[in-house]
Design a protein around this ligand. Structure first.
Ligand code: CUA
Length: 321
């Protein structure tokens, strides 16, 4: 099994696209940049010409001599209105065409439900009965339909290498399709300010080759395996004896809380606390002992648990793959 001592930090550049829609958005971005530079350059040239001409004239001269009124009008109407309107019209048509095409890829019914919380992502695969957090696993051969909604305030899903932004709005369901042409880990962020820890609301899209994807999901469908190692058994008992169970679910155990992330396979995840910490025993123990210090404002309370007990609980959680 993978052991990550650091949370992965892949590219977040829109100019490094790994899906059809993202590639179209990257071209659109490049197109808009070129247009902006051309217009900016033109304005600067005209400004320089104006300054040069103005230097020769005297202050007493009327600003618009009668003979030049026609020429001035031509510049104001032609350059100011007609030229600007034409450029903006072209840009509008290109932008609308790109946005229309960005949702057009054939979708497979791999439906994922994504729920934004302050400050983490709940990930549900209803057809598979899997609930996870802060990462979405997809196959590379098809676009995955993701229904998004929010449990509290407005959040926004943005994975620059794969897709444009989609808002998660309370009381409203939006839909976005995500695909990746190559296997890998892609990084997303919450792109709508949602409170103190908005900057710590990361999400990973993990794209697998189809066969690997099937195996990964099959393993995640299983309930948590009851530990046989004495330390892990002790950790499981302590976890179930503490208030953890009121907020977290570990399928196959009495823990059935719904407030916090489902922990059935937390040990297989890339991070805890939505991208802040790797899923290591040390990070888990530190998080349980004092989450408010790591992520001020988090709903997770700290637990004053003795060192050995804390180690047992952290080891148990890390073992939940
Ligand atoms: Cu969620 Cu910003």
């Amino acid at each position: 099994m993978m052991l990550l001592l650091q949370v992965p930090s892949p590219s977040m550049s829109i100019f490094d696209p790994v899906s059809g829609p993202a590639a179209r958005l990257a071209s659109l971005g490049a197109f808009l940049l070129v247009i902006s530079f051309l217009v900016f350059g033109l304005v600067m040239v005209l400004l320089a010409m104006g300054l040069r001409r103005g230097r020769g004239g005297s202050v007493d001269e009327p600003p618009l001599p009668h003979v030049e009124a026609k020429v001035v009008r031509r510049w104001v109407i032609g350059g100011g209105a007609v030229f600007s309107a034409s450029v903006l019209a072209v840009v509008l048509v290109v932008v609308l065409a790109t946005l229309r095409s960005s949702g057009a890829e054939a979708a497979q019914e791999a439906d994922v439900e994504l729920v934004g919380h302050r400050w983490w992502w709940e990930v549900r695969y209803p057809a598979l009965g899997i609930v996870s957090a802060n990462e979405i696993h997809i196959p590379t051969d098809s676009a995955v339909r993701i229904k998004v909604r929010s449990a509290d305030v407005i959040h926004s899903l943005w994975v620059p290498q794969l897709q444009g932004k989609m808002d998660l709005i309370p009381g409203k369901e939006n839909e976005v399709r995500i695909s990746a042409t190559r296997a890998g880990i892609y990084r997303g962020e919450c792109a709508e300010y949602c409170g103190a820890q908005h900057a710590h609301m990361e999400l990973f899209i993990v794209a697998h080759e189809p066969a690997e994807y099937a195996a990964w999901m099959a393993a995640r469908r299983e309930p948590a395996v009851a530990p046989t190692d004495p330390l892990l058994q002790r950790g499981a008992a302590l976890f179930q004896a503490h208030a953890c169970v009121y907020c977290h679910t570990v399928r196959g155990t009495p823990a059935r809380g719904r407030m916090g992330p489902d922990l059935t396979h937390v040990g297989a995840r890339l991070s805890i606390a939505a991208g802040m910490l790797p899923t290591t025993q040390g990070a888990l123990a530190g998080w349980i002992a004092n989450p408010g210090r790591i992520k001020p404002g988090t709903l997770m309370p700290g637990f004053a648990i003795a060192g050995e007990d804390l180690r047992a609980i952290a080891a148990y959680l890390e073992s939940l793959e």
